[in-house]
Write a protein that binds this ligand. Structure first.
Ligand SMILES: [Zn+2]
Ligand SMILES: [Zn+2]
Length: 405
């Protein structure tokens, strides 16, 4: 910790903590849904520009941005550390995943790494803050990947609020699909035998998925909602629709679960006599590959601030969801630890929304920002660490490919 940049990071975050909090609260008070995060985009882009970053607004996506420091385009190869902001909210319940705190911690980490770089012009490196919209079901990072946002990036850093502190949160792969059943309308009392009931097909499929759920691995998940179920009670529903999400810990499990889910979809069509069409969203989320070298660096700094990671404690169930950061983690060495924000409420609940806007969330969020920035600085100043991170990444990818072949 002798490099002056480490002290500069801690000082920068402490000095500007009110500004970071104000931005976070402004995002929290104005929840915007995936791909519509215009206010958050402008707020964060303005702050980065004022700080001296070179900002590309509307980068690849209308509500994404890319902010770089130093702004020059040197031809010399530089180490590039990316910190990723998220800022989308959920329908009806606002910032129930606390993405305002992700915006805050990554913005603060970006500012702090810049402050560290300013203490030592000999470091040939860059910090890049990337604004990544639409994490909640939109796969914003997948679109940014396809657009080339991660070309030449050496590591990607982000932390996510949750009720627990996990260095290796088991974020699992995710696919979603829409299923449409088509039957035949008829008078529900006068001529029911003339009808084919599409709602029955949806209900049969939903129930089959529920039966399937008890025979799947504890790391698998299935959930569904019914989005269309008829127009009026007196007509046998001709059209019905449901949306299904299924998740698994790796590609192999995801493939196997997909086959079972599709069998449930067809079984319901057969038993009711309906026609069925389903559409799988190809923009799926991959499971998260946490880079051990980066994670251990983050751990060292977070623990020095008093964070106690709960990875080994089997009484504490980690936040096991899915994230488009999973896709990033398969192309660039990444970390995505979770940090607790003084609540036992689960993500995607109204109580978590309250916690994400509360003052009690600030210290853990800023500690996460400090640990991210200190990790970023270590990567920028130590070729040895960067090489170890890259070696670990290659080993993880080889192991993945063996596992799924
Ligand atoms: Zn969420
Ligand atoms: Zn989230």
């Amino acid at each position: 910790m002798s490099h002056p940049g480490f002290a500069a990071i801690l000082k920068k975050i402490e000095t500007e903590k009110e500004k970071f909090d104000a931005i976070s609260k402004e995002v929290w008070r104005n929840p915007e849904l995936r791909f519509e995060e215009r206010h958050a985009h402008n707020l964060l882009a303005d702050a980065l520009e004022q700080e001296g970053f070179k900002v590309q607004r509307h980068y690849i996506l209308p509500t994404a941005f890319r902010a770089e420091y130093p702004p020059d385009r040197s031809s010399e190869r530089q180490v590039q550390v990316a910190v990723l902001c998220e800022y989308d909210a959920l329908p009806a319940i606002g910032h129930a995943c606390g993405h305002n705190l992700i915006a805050e911690s990554s913005l603060a980490a970006g500012f702090a790494i810049k402050a560290a770089l300013e203490t030592d012009p000999s470091i040939k490196g860059k910090v890049i803050v990337i604004g990544t919209p639409a994490e909640e079901g939109g796969g914003g990072k997948n679109i940014l990947i396809e657009g080339g946002a991660f070309i030449n990036i050496d590591v990607a850093l982000m932390a996510h609020p949750s009720p627990t502190d996990h260095l290796f949160p088991p974020f699992i792969g995710y696919k979603n699909l829409t299923v449409d059943y088509k039957g035949k309308a008829a008078h529900a009392s006068g001529y029911p035998w003339e009808g084919i009931n599409a709602l029955d097909a949806v209900v049969a499929c939903y129930n089959s998925l529920a039966f399937l759920r008890q025979q799947i691995k504890p790391t698998n998940r299935i959930h569904a909602i019914i989005t269309k179920g008829g127009v009026i009670e007196g007509i046998i529903p001709e059209e019905a629709q449901m949306k299904i999400v299924f998740r698994a810990a790796n590609l192999e499990d995801l493939k196997s679960l997909q086959e079972k889910v599709i069998a449930c979809i067809f079984a319901a069509a057969t038993s009711t006599g309906c026609e069925v069409m389903y559409n799988i969203n190809e923009r799926s989320y991959e499971h998260l590959l946490t880079n051990k070298e980066l994670a251990n660096t983050y751990k060292k700094h977070a623990e020095a601030m008093g964070v106690v990671f709960q990875d080994g404690d089997h009484r504490i169930i980690p936040f096991m969801a899915s994230t488009d950061m999973g896709n990033v983690s398969h192309i660039v060495p990444s970390i995505h630890p979770t940090f607790s924000i003084n609540t036992s409420a689960p993500n995607h609940s109204k109580a978590f929304t309250e916690a994400a806007g509360a003052t009690a969330a600030q210290t853990p969020t800023l500690n996460a920002a400090k640990a991210l920035a200190l990790t970023g600085l270590e990567v920028l100043q130590s070729t040895e660490l960067l090489n170890a991170v890259k070696r670990q990444f290659e080993e993880d990818i080889i192991a993945e490919n063996i596992g799924s072949s």
